[in-house]
Design a protein around this ligand. Sequence first.
Ligand SMILES: [Zn+2]
Length: 346
Amino acid sequence: MSGYKKFLQIGVALDPIHVGTGGARIGRVDLTIVRDPVTQVPKIPGSSLAGVYRTYVAMAEHERNPNRQVNGRPKPFYPDCAGLGLDEQRGHCRQPDCPVCTVFGFARGAGQEGGFAGLAAFTDAHVLLFPVPTRQGPMWVTSPMALQLIGLEVTGVDRNAAYLESDAQNPLNLGWLLLPVKGCAQMTEIKERLEELSVPDYIYDRLALVPDRLFAHIVNSNLEVRTSVSINPETGAAEDKALFSYEALPRGTVLVWEIIAKNPAHFRIGSQPITAVSNPDDVHEKAKQAHSYLEHLGIGGMGTRGMGRLKVLYENSPRDETSVESAAATSSAASEADPPEEESDE
Ligand SMILES: [Zn+2]
C-alpha cells in the first residue's frame, strides 16, 4: 500500500472570510488577511485549516460518543482532544484509537515522549474563482495558475485582456479595470472540469480568465473591506477611537485545497499500532466530518459578525494522478514535521 493519498477539496464562501495576519496594517486597512508571499493572492494557510478541522472533528466525535473514557476516567474528545493540547489536565488523550489525536497529531506533554505529527496534512486553500462586479453582473475571475490547482493546463491567456467564450467588441470592466475581451479556446474544457468538481453552473457560466499577473491585482482590488467599531463589553457602547477596518475574501469566492492522508499502517504511537483508522481513505473520512461544521460555524475571525461560513462542494479523490501532482507542485503542503496547530481567531 502506498505511503499517502491526496484528496482535492473545493469550497465556496457563504460569508466573507477573514483569516487574519494578526494585526499588520497595510495602507488604509487595519486588519489584513494572509497573502501568498510570492503571488500576493490572499489564501487560507494550511495551519489554519488544520486547526479548525481538528476542532470540528473533535466536536463531531464528542457528539457521537459524549461519555468517552480513557483508562477508566472520563476524557471527552471535545474540548480535550481539540486545541493545542498544552493543558496537562485537559490535554490531548494521545491514544492510538483516538480519531482526533491520530489524524491531527498531538503535542509533546510534560514528562512524556515525543509528539506525533498526525496522519492528515493540509495545503493552503487558494483562490480558484473570484467574484468581481461588472456592468453585466458578477463574473468569476480565474487564471492559468489557479486552474493548475485542479489539473488544467491553459495556454494562450497572456495578453492584458479578459478571456471569455468568444471575442467581443465591447470591453469588460472587472471592478475598476477595463479590459478588451478575447475568446478562450479551452473554455468548454474548463467548464466541464468545474462541473465535474460540483461547482454550480451560475458560477462556471460566468467565467473570465485573465493572465496570472492581472489575477493578483484584480483579487486584491476587489476584496471586501468593512469598517467596524469595537464595543466596550461593560458599557455596551462604542469605544472611543475604536473604529477599525478589516478585509475579507468576499462571499462567493471559490477555494481549493488538498488533504494529504498518510497511511496509518506506517506509523506507531509509542509502540502500539494505530487502530482509529486503517488506511488513507479512513483518514480522509474522519477529516471530512469537519465539513458540515465549516458550513455552519465557519473559519477565521469575526464569526460574531456573520463571517466565515465555507460550504464544501467537492470532497473526493481527484480523477487521476496527473492532476494531483500538478496541484501539489503549486501549493505548499504542510510538512510532516509540523506540530499540530490551533487556529488563531483573529
Ligand atoms: Zn485524543
